[in-house]
Each structure stands twice: as structure tokens, then as C-alpha cells.
Design a protein around this ligand. Sequence first.
Ligand code: SAM
Length: 242
Amino acid sequence: MGEPRPRVQREVVSFVRRSARMNPSQLKAWDELQHWVVDVAPRETSTSVAADARVEWDAVFGRRAPLVVEIGGGTGDVVAGVAAQHPERDFVAFEVFQPAVASTLSKCARAGVGNVRVVVANGVDGLAALFDEHSVTELWTFFPDPWHKTRHHKRRLVSTSFADLVASRLTADGLWRLATDWEDYALAIRELLDGHPAFVNRYAGWAPRWEDRPQSRYEAKGVAAGRTIFDLCYCIREGGAR
Ligand SMILES: C[S@@+](CC[C@H](N)C(=O)[O-])C[C@H]1O[C@@H](n2cnc3c(N)ncnc32)[C@H](O)[C@@H]1O
């Protein structure tokens, strides 16, 4: 009998690892549109990103353009829509759920955009490993999973350590755009980021709805259920952290 395999320490992540059964159109998109998926080396779990993984984004996109990163893009409604409106920017969307990635790929194909790439991995790891300091023009976290139970709040994407990471990756004139349909999460985000030394609230309160942001299916469900949508937008404090 061989040596027992060492147990992998389960890290706290902001997503659930779900089985990934795709419908026929998602399977077709997944097979045909892999050229928009950027593979990265994992650590011990398939959704992780190795700390020494690297991607040359200029080479991937074939140019140097302002970079926008989305974490948890879901089925790609926002990235496909905004990328079509902004051909002068390049967009990198992180999403861990393969069927959602397949839908993102087909939406990008339908929108006729060539300036989007998708990474099927934890965007927190990805932002840390794959982007230089002060190289990201915008970071988007739209409708992050709310993790309602208090004992699950540690799984929420927006945390102090994540804010520190975002601050280190955004350019001096960079923006962090966020939205959620859960008031308690919105208030917690605002309290955290209003108090964070690297960020300034661009609107001294809730942001107006960003007019470029198409309504995602997830957002539409929140609206249909009668929930209010809270938009937030933060800039980097001039001169760095207070
Ligand atoms: C509630 S959905 C919202 C999706 C999308 N932003 C929208 O508005 O439709 C959150 C998504 O984030 C993904 N997600 C959560 N944490 C993530 C992470 N750390 N990296 C990549 N994807 C993540 C989940 O798989 C899920 O698809």
C-alpha cells in the first residue's frame, strides 16, 4: 500500500464548487469558443491559480489597452455588453462555474466582441497572480454571492483582504465598481470601503446606476423579487493610502 495522500486544506472561497452539467448549446459554445478561454496553472484545487502563474495580457490581446477585470461574471451579460460598447478596452472575466462560462462565450460571440477573455478560476487568486501592481483600470464585482448566514460571512468576496488586493492592482485613476441586491451586504461593503485607507467613495453614498451596465439575469431576478439594487463605485485615494 502506498503512502496516504496528504489531505488538501480546504480554503475559504467565495463560491460553491458545483457539478457542471451543460446544456447542448453551452456544450457547443464550450467546444467551439475555447480560443477565448485563458488557461492558467492551478494549485491543489482545479479552481485555484498557482501563485507563480503568469499571463502576458498584451500578447493574449495582441495590443496594450486599458484592462478591465470582472470577478464572478456569471453568464456574461455585463462583460459582453460593455465590451461591445468599449472596443478600446480589454476585458478579463473570472468565473468558476463552467456552464456560466459557456454562456459567456456564446454571448461574446453573438455580440461580435474580440476584446474579452475568460479565465475559469478563482478571481481572487487570479487577480493576485496574473496582474501586475497598478495595471488594472477597472475592477468589477457585480452581484457577488451574498452568503446570508452570519457563519458564512467569511466567504463573502468583498472583505478587507480582498480590498487590499484590489487597491494594489488598480491604477492610480482606477475604479472599483460594485453592485448588490442585498441591503445588508451593500451596507457592509460601504462601511468597509468607506473606512479603507486606499479608497474614496466616488459618490459619498450609493452610486447612481452605471448606465453602461446591462441588467444581468441575476439582477433581473432580484428586481422581480422586489429587491433594491445598490450600486457602489470607489476610486483610489490620491497619493495612495492615508
Ligand atoms: C450571484 S452570481 C452573479 C453573477 C453576475 N455577476 C451577474 O450579475 O449575473 C455570482 C457568480 O460569481 C461566481 N464567483 C463567486 N466567487 C468567485 C470567485 N472568487 N472567482 C470567480 N467566480 C466567482 C459564482 O460562480 C457565480 O456565478
